[in-house]
Write a new protein. Structure first.
Length: 164
């Protein structure tokens, strides 16, 4: 079982059928829905504000999710957060994908079904519209995405978590 740690009287809570790798860390004011997965080496640290996650969210290996005072992290249903990604004090709408080693900074809103490409850095306060692909440093709009493109990753991780 993952490291699950209370901070300032706040303890992580989750729904049914979730999978947490043995060396994942869930710390503080975290609430997540059903069928979520938090993979090897991932850290979700909600010590200053909250992390709120919907259902079927996957947080892949070595990803880091953190918030800041007055800015919780909000992650809606069917979101995929890639290996090594950093998600900080932002909002990821339903079906979004944050690629491997991407960074999403404070106050960003990633729209429904949008994709932040691997290695991208989304600057603070940026708004990414639904079904857009952003890439680069700093991240910029590249093109529109297929409506099912990001969701395929969430569906794939629902299958993978059952192996564990």
């Amino acid at each position: 079982m993952a490291l699950v740690k209370e901070v300032n009287g706040k303890t992580p809570k989750w729904g049914r059928n979730c999978y947490f790798a043995e060396n994942a860390a869930l710390i503080g004011d975290i609430t997540m829905g059903d069928d979520c997965s938090v993979w090897f080496g991932a850290v979700l640290r909600a010590d200053v504000d909250a992390i709120r996650m919907g259902c079927r969210v996957n947080v892949q290996d070595c990803a880091c999710i953190h918030q800041t005072q007055g800015r919780p992290v909000v992650i809606e249903d069917d979101v995929s957060i890639g290996h090594g990604a950093v998600v900080h004090a932002c909002c990821l709408r339903k079906g979004a994908l944050v690629g491997m080693n991407a960074t999403v900074l404070d106050g960003v809103e990633v729209g429904e079904g949008a994709i932040v490409a691997a290695g991208a850095v989304v600057l603070a306060g940026t708004r990414i519209d639904s079904y857009e692909i952003w890439a680069g440093v700093p991240a910029r709009l590249v093109k529109k995405s297929d409506r099912e493109q990001a969701l395929t990753f969430a569906r794939h991780y629902m299958e993978i978590k059952e192996w564990y």
